[in-house]
Ligand binder design. Structure first.
Ligand SMILES: Cc1cc2nc3c(=O)[nH]c(=O)nc-3n(C[C@H](O)[C@H](O)[C@H](O)COP(=O)(O)OP(=O)(O)OC[C@H]3O[C@@H](n4cnc5c(N)ncnc54)[C@H](O)[C@@H]3O)c2cc1C
Length: 486
């Protein structure tokens, strides 16, 4: 077995941190993370708002169960103690200035979710948008209630579609494959841990040697299939070039940079170029966008037990859903309340996705504040609702080293293409598999893409791959089993 192996990990998001920390735990000594930005965490990020931190990226544990290593890690470190687990009241208002009955909203929402969240398979070429429009119109028609309610039913069903768009980030539901979740592992109920997710990065890195996390080093070239001469004439197959001119040689590089960044530079970053099937996978997979508009108020204008505020537009139907930037106001209609109030103060998070998420990045805080306040006043029938004292809009599309939110599977594409993205590259000069370039990151996980645990487990998967290559057995190094990393 080799003892002086050099391993580089590109990117200090959860995939990179997962790969690097697991490699160390497997006994590999020379493991270095190279990160483009000035901070570790990637799409797990925080900003200070008033008296507390808020998560600007991931904030939900998708599947708060033993199966989820992120949930287990948080629990192991006692970080879930003050998380509010009771569902707050969902306040729903109509554009005509009236409140929708919570009972009706709850029942329709549940029925809509029952349609839209079902996993499907065997529908190549079909999209979620058409499917949901058809099924939800049938549901609305057969809804046993007064005629006034029927219009509200359609509007609530539209809201369900909008919520899914936030979970996907795509420009429209009609661009997303109906079979998107055929391979997905459902780990259980979601848990909102807003204001705590960033702890995951800190806890995972606590024992990682500081000098082995190199920040502010954007990698511009990955030269592989080579023979690069290092110290004492030792030859390495891979040479990484950074923007600042630094070069790093290694035996293996684990590339964890986002799908958005890989899509933007598929032909310039790799030398030799990526194989055809990988370029095709990059081209076909979608990388959506989601942004949060975080609003801090002097006083709350919502009820103390509120968990969310939703705004229903009367002319919207499930068939008309899109994220057309000209209709951006209609696409900022779901606001979650940061709880507990004692910790966060009076803070709402407005969510938007797709083209609207990109559009809001071009707006000023004053423009967002004015439009959102005017809508709250109109929908809630209260002209005295104040403007927020602080507006913080995330800009995930504009972040040069992220370029969006997460991967999605476009219509006509099968999720197995993510396996192609995950496949490592070996020497083209010999038939021996030597795993020169390996790939991790949420977009390489067809069973958990778009999630924090998916990113972490993809890093573990590549660490295990290297370990198995050298005949090492992997001790269990995570708080929970990582068997979902398939
Ligand atoms: C707004 C938003 C909300 C989300 N909400 C949730 C949620 O509630 N729950 C959930 O589970 N998931 C959520 N996600 C998704 C989750 O955050 C991601 O799936 C996960 O964090 C991705 O981790 P990663 O390591 O694959 O990629 P990243 O976090 O993107 O890490 C990649 C790293 O590579 C670095 N990099 C890029 N280019 C280079 C380069 N050229 N050289 C060197 N380094 C480079 C980047 O700076 C970055 O640090 C959300 C994401 C966003 C944006």
């Amino acid at each position: 077995m080799e003892t002086n192996l050099k391993i580089l990990v590109l990117g200090a998001g959860l995939a990179g941190i997962g790969a690097a920390t697991k490699l160390l735990s497997l006994g590999f000594k020379d493991v270095t993370i190279i990160e483009a930005s000035g901070l570790a965490g990637g799409r797990i990020a925080k900003e200070c708002l008033g008296k507390s931190w808020v998560d600007t990226g991931a904030q939900y544990i998708h599947g708060a169960s033993e199966a989820n290593p992120v949930f287990c890690l948080m629990r192991q470190h006692g970080l879930l103690g003050d998380v509010v687990t009771e569902e707050g009241t969902d306040l729903v208002f109509h554009s005509k200035g009236r409140r929708i009955s919570g009972d009706l909203a709850g029942r329709v929402y549940e029925a809509g979710e029952g349609i839209i969240r079902q996993p499907h398979k065997g529908n190549p070429g079909k999209n979620i948008g058409d499917y949901y429009a058809e099924k939800s119109l049938d549901l609305a028609k057969s809804w046993k209630s007064s005629s006034e309610d029927k219009d509200d039913v359609l509007s609530i069903l539209s809201l369900v579609g909008k919520s899914l768009m936030i979970d996907i980030g795509a420009p429209a539901l009609s661009s997303v494959s109906l079979d998107s979740w055929q391979y997905y592992t459902n780990m259980g109920e979601d848990l909102d841990i807003g204001g705590k997710m960033f702890n995951v990065t800190e806890k995972l890195l606590v024992d990682f040697p500081k000098e082995r996390l190199l920040l502010n080093r954007p990698v511009i070239k990955i030269n592989w299939n080579g023979s690069f001469c290092g110290d004492a004439g030792r030859l390495y197959p891979v040479c990484i070039e950074c923007e600042n001119g630094e070069k790093f040689l290694c035996d293996h590089v684990v590339v964890t940079i986002s799908l958005g960044c890989l899509k933007a530079a598929p032909t310039t970053m790799f030398n030799p170029q990526l194989p055809e099937d990988k370029r095709e996978a990059l081209d076909k997979l979608g990388f959506g966008c989601v942004n949060k508009i975080i609003l801090q108020y002097e006083e709350a204008f919502w009820e103390r037990d509120a968990g969310s505020i939703s705004l229903l537009w009367e002319d919207e139907t499930p068939a008309s859903l899109s994220t057309d930037a000209t209709q951006w106001q209609k696409n900022i209609q779901l606001f979650t309340v940061m709880r507990p109030r004692e910790k966060f103060g009076n803070v709402l998070i407005g969510w938007c996705s797709g083209n609207v998420a990109q559009h809001v990045e071009t707006m000023t805080e004053a423009e967002l504040s004015a439009a959102i306040t005017s809508n709250f006043r109109k929908f809630m029938g209260n002209p005295n609702i104040p403007c927020p004292k602080t507006v913080l809009c995330t800009k995930w599309h504009g972040k040069a080293f992220i370029r969006g939110a997460y991967a999605y599977i476009p219509v006509g594409v099968d999720g197995v293409i993510m396996d192609t993205l995950a496949r490592p590259l070996s020497s083209m000069k010999s038939s021996t598999e030597d795993l020169q370039v390996l790939f991790a990151g949420e977009a390489t996980m067809k069973n958990l893409y778009g999630t924090v645990q998916g990113a972490l487990l993809s890093g573990h998967r590549e660490a295990d791959r290297i370990s198995q290559h050298y005949g090492r057995t992997a001790p269990s190094s995570t708080p929970c089993s990582s068997s979902a990393a398939t």
